[in-house]
Write a protein that binds this ligand. Structure first.
Ligand SMILES: CC1=C(/C=C/C(C)=C/C=C/C(C)=C/C=O)C(C)(C)CCC1
Ligand SMILES: [Fe+2]
Length: 345
């Protein structure tokens, strides 16, 4: 792997301690009390998602304009930056129009894209940060992407269909209040049961093949423990809260680590065991476009037919905005996957 090769052992060790540990501690710290019957008022459950506007979540995509060039070992020049801006304008712009025209289909696409994207993020982390050697073939890696992405996108549908539906309604109702009718089928008990069986079989099958192919058992154990741990997490923690925390401390933190590892100044700081300096470097890079995003979010507020009034509706508007920027973000990350040889042998 390109990334692994460039990295001195101490830098990788620092990354693991600052990346894996917080995600495990946060998810366990939430799962255990909910397992014991804790309940949290609905409005409070939105806090992590709201925080993700500034803390890790939105900012993790705000350095996309620098990321591709850096992952190639180049300094981003204006041409490279302009290409990413054009990508965002074209792909994000087209998808934004799609939300206005067919909000229910746009919502389904949002779930599908996030499913793939959060899965691909975990595949990178397994290969580059956890040194997984058990994902030897493309089908195994594709299955891992589906398994990992399904944890935040499918398990909440199985465990909390009411919550899931409520969020879907909030998103599409910004554009067309009745539009959720088109996706009502997804919340039916028989559909969810079929999805649960198929997904369960895929999880077991993927982990079993990985076990058989693992030379080094430790990364496989990490993969299995994360997969089963997150299954429990998304099965017991209400989804808005669960996804809010996962978005910041799992997906985004891992992606920020990936970005640090292609930034020479940040790598130097990590080598010196100074993660704070490395993360400060990231914050500086991410600040301008995070602020610009808030301006675009305000623009979306003006444009939607039914502007938000309550916290859940504001979060719905934010999620639509996230959807629009996630599509080009996935293109950027997929290009990084290629340069960093995440799918190569
Ligand atoms: C909040 C929430 C949902 C959707 C969240 C999504 C889809 C978030 C995507 C975030 C992205 C793509 C971030 C960028 O990396 C569900 C599943 C409808 C269920 C209920 C709670
Ligand atoms: Fe991402």
């Amino acid at each position: 792997m390109g990334v692994t090769d460039r990295l001195a052992a101490p830098a990788r060790e620092t990354i693991r301690r600052t990346v894996f540990l917080p995600s495990w501690v946060a998810s366990a710290a939430l799962a255990v009390p909910f397992l014991a019957g804790l309940s949290v008022p609905p409005t409070l459950q939105y806090v992590p998602l709201v925080a993700s506007v500034l803390v890790l979540g939105l900012p993790h995509g705000a350095v996309d304009h620098l990321a591709v060039a850096r992952s190639r070992g180049e300094r981003p020049d204006w041409r490279a930056i302009a290409r990413v801006f054009a990508l965002y304008g074209l792909v994000g712009g087209a998808y934004a129009v799609g939300w206005f025209l067919t909000p229910a289909a746009a919502f389904v696409l949002f779930i599908a894209v996030t499913w793939f994207h959060w899965g691909q993020g975990d595949l990178y982390a397994l290969r580059a940060l956890a040194d997984a050697d058990h994902l030897r073939s493309v089908p195994q890696r594709a299955a891992t992407v589906i398994v990992r992405g399904g944890l935040p996108m499918l398990v909440p549908l199985l465990a909390f269909p009411g919550w899931y539906r409520r969020v879907a309604v909030d998103l599409v109702a910004l554009f067309a209040p009745g539009a959720v009718a088109a996706i009502e089928w997804a919340f039916r008990a028989d559909v969810r049961a079929a999805l649960a069986v198929a997904y369960g079989a895929l999880v077991v099958g993927t982990l079993a093949v990985g076990y058989a192919r693992a030379e080094n058992p430790a990364p496989w154990r990490l993969d299995a423990a994360e997969t089963l741990g997150l299954t429990a997490y998304f099965a017991v923690v209400p989804p808005v809260l669960a996804i809010g925390v996962y978005f910041c401390l799992w997906h985004s933190l891992r992606h920020v680590a990936r970005l640090l590892l292609v930034d020479d100044d940040a790598v130097a700081a990590l080598r010196g065991r100074d993660p704070t300096a490395a993360f400060t470097q990231f914050a500086r890079d991410a600040l301008p476009l995070t602020v610009a995003s808030l301006g675009l979010l305000a623009g979306l507020y003006v444009l939607v037919p039914n502007p938000p009034a309550t916290v859940p509706e504001w979060v719905a508007l934010y999620l639509v905005f996230i959807a629009v920027v996630t599509l080009p973000h996935v293109v950027v990350v997929t290009v990084m996957d290629r340069t960093q040889r995440v799918w190569a042998y």
